[in-house]
Design a protein around this ligand. Structure first.
Ligand code: CA
Ligand code: CA
Length: 123
């Protein structure tokens, strides 16, 4: 994808589709943006905000995929995986990455939506 996310993420993308988060203030001012994914098909399907204003994004990723938005999809941990699967990636209100999880079983797994539970957990 050749869309450019101006601000925190200025790359022109990895390849195929990528997921992204773009955050604006209540007045419409751009706050920060992150691009997530790798060279395969990566799609963001759902987003939620918790009580601390952390931003949680879910979707599907393929192979090695940037999940912390630093522009590198080979950082290790949840980023390094040959399969396709659902993911959750969490950023604080300033756009600092907190953590990511990849959930894979067999076939193509999708994270369609994410909900913050009353205790702060993710469903
Ligand atoms: Ca991609
Ligand atoms: Ca990364």
């Amino acid at each position: 994808m050749l869309a450019q996310l101006v601000g925190a993420e200025s790359s022109t993308g990895y390849a195929d589709t990528d997921a992204f988060i773009s955050v604006f203030s209540s007045a419409g001012s751009r706050q920060w943006a992150k691009r997530l994914g790798g060279t395969g098909a990566d799609i963001g399907y759902g987003v939620a905000v918790n009580s601390a204003n952390s931003v949680i994004v879910t979707g599907s990723i393929t192979g090695n995929a940037d999940m912390n938005g630093d522009g590198d999809y080979t950082d290790g941990g949840a980023e390094s995986n040959s399969g396709a699967g659902a993911f959750v990636s969490v950023f604080d209100s300033a756009g600092n990455w907190e953590y990511a999880k990849r959930v894979t079983q067999y076939g193509n797994d999708l994270g369609r939506s994410v909900i913050v539970a009353p205790n702060g957990g993710l469903t």
